[in-house]
Write a new protein. Structure first.
Length: 292
């Protein structure tokens, strides 16, 4: 499976779940500096409120009142009584993506894609499968490689439940499975989002988990509370020092190439093509964030 040669650099540092049944939350989301919003029709919505939540999510996506935020809708699963109607309504509204829970196989992605097409969805409406079961981990390479998949979303709470493992600081029971999904995303050239942090009253624990996710290679984190947005944005944004260093790496390398030099050093460290590629990604990420 080849790697995508044109990586998606759209910032998705902070991706906030907002319950679509809550009108106040939907309105509040217009002013929250999250890179993306997931209007949630699944876990956050009671069964008798799901039709109204669906209508409110569609209206929010169509409103044009959320600035540059990327807008998505999390549908109920295809195996529920609401899933097909959710996908049909979302498809007609043409959000950036539909977020689909508990995707275990690429056949399920095909089914969602077919339902989006039947609903008249724009080709730009993509699929964000949630990876949250052992079966999904075993099949994550084929799921990630699907052409309609843009982003993988880790469902760490459900995955921990399926594994019968506790959710602990450092997440050592989950790290091998997070790493497997990361490998699949990178192989396919796709974006991947870390799972949620449950304790909104533990900012230090949240910051540590953001740092862990960033260092592992995740592109951002799904969030359950507005207070988590700015800390996530800070962790996944290049610092001023990182931007300055990237600029010096690129300048030194370009100068060396122009002078025919075979060895380049910056701050005593040897610089190779791979370091230049990383530096260019840092600068491109900083530019993308500045353009929000």
């Amino acid at each position: 499976m080849p790697t995508n040669s044109t990586p998606d650099l759209r910032p998705r540092r902070s991706v906030l779940y907002m319950p679509a049944a809550n009108e106040r939350a939907i309105e509040k989301a217009k002013a929250i500096p999250a890179d993306a919003i997931i209007f949630d029709l699944e876990d956050a919505v009671a069964p008798d409120a799901k039709p109204a939540a669906r209508a409110q999510a569609v209206a929010a996506v169509r409103s044009g009142e959320y600035g540059n935020r990327e807008l998505t809708i999390r549908c109920n699963g295809l195996d529920t009584q609401w899933g097909a109607d959710d996908i049909a309504a979302a498809g007609a509204a043409s959000p950036s993506a539909v977020v689909i829970p508990k995707v275990d196989t690429v056949d399920q992605v095909d089914a969602v894609a077919a339902q989006l097409d039947a609903a008249g969805a724009s080709e730009s409406t993509l699929i964000w499968p949630m990876i949250e079961t052992p079966t999904a981990i075993f099949n994550v390479r084929s799921i990630a490689a699907h052409p309609r998949v843009a982003v993988l979303v880790m469902g760490t709470n459900d995955l921990a439940k399926e594994l019968r493992s506790p959710i602990v600081a450092g997440r050592h029971p989950l790290v091998p499975h997070l790493a497997t999904a990361l490998l699949a995303a990178r192989e396919a050239g796709k974006v991947i989002l870390d799972g949620v942090y449950n304790d909104v009253k533990d900012p230090d624990g949240f910051a540590a988990e953001c740092r862990q996710g960033m260092e592992m290679g995740f592109d951002g984190k799904t969030l359950i509370h507005p207070s988590q947005v700015e800390p996530a944005n800070d962790v996944w944004a290049p610092s001023a020092d990182e931007v300055e260093y990237a600029q010096r790496v690129i300048a030194a390398f370009d100068e060396a190439v122009a002078e025919g030099k075979g060895v380049v050093t910056v701050d005593g460290r040897m610089i190779e093509n791979l370091h230049v590629d990383s530096a260019r990604r840092v600068l491109a990420t900083a530019v993308a964030i500045a353009g929000l």
